[in-house]
Design a protein around this ligand. Structure first.
Ligand SMILES: [Zn+2]
Length: 151
């Protein structure tokens, strides 16, 4: 990739990641709002935010503020939405506002997503470690400044 191509890619990455952040505003979860977009050939083929499964009340936390175990993460929602669509995630890029957990990382690997760009580090790195082990390109982009670096 030339420098010009690389900087164009970074610009696009930042835009998609900002869109994922805006998409996260759809989440009705109180503790944390996460958004995800799946992009293939410059088309957004799926989207997701963390929330309860279809048909469940739009409440993510119990009275003590503990997240219900049946809440789906943004990545899982985006990937399962693809399963019901005519789109194919093979070779796509996932933009997600927070580093994927290990459960979502398994889904990411199996869905053929080849690249993950995320905005917020997570205290655990087992998810991103697993992705890298499976050959998925993982990139951290800090939206608060203009620097970007490989994870
Ligand atoms: Zn997850």
């Amino acid at each position: 990739m030339s420098d010009i191509q690389a900087s164009k890619q970074t610009l696009l990455d930042r835009r998609y990641l900002r869109m994922a952040r805006i998409w996260a505003e759809n989440s009705y979860c109180q503790r944390r709002q996460v958004g995800a977009l799946v992009v293939k050939n410059k088309m957004i083929i799926s989207d997701g935010y963390n929330g309860t499964p279809s048909g469940f009340e739009n409440v993510c936390e119990d009275a003590d503020g503990i997240t219900y175990p049946y809440v789906l993460h943004a990545e899982a929602n985006a990937i399962t939405k693809l399963a019901r669509s005519g789109n194919n995630s093979d070779g796509s890029t996932l933009y997600v506002t927070a580093a994927p957990c290990i459960e979502c990382s398994k889904l990411i690997i199996q869905s053929g997503i080849k690249r993950v760009v995320y905005a917020e580090q997570y205290r655990l790195t087992d998810g991103t470690d697993l992705l890298e082990k499976a050959g998925v390109k993982v990139e951290y982009l800090n939206l608060e400044n203009n620097e970007s670096k490989e994870k």
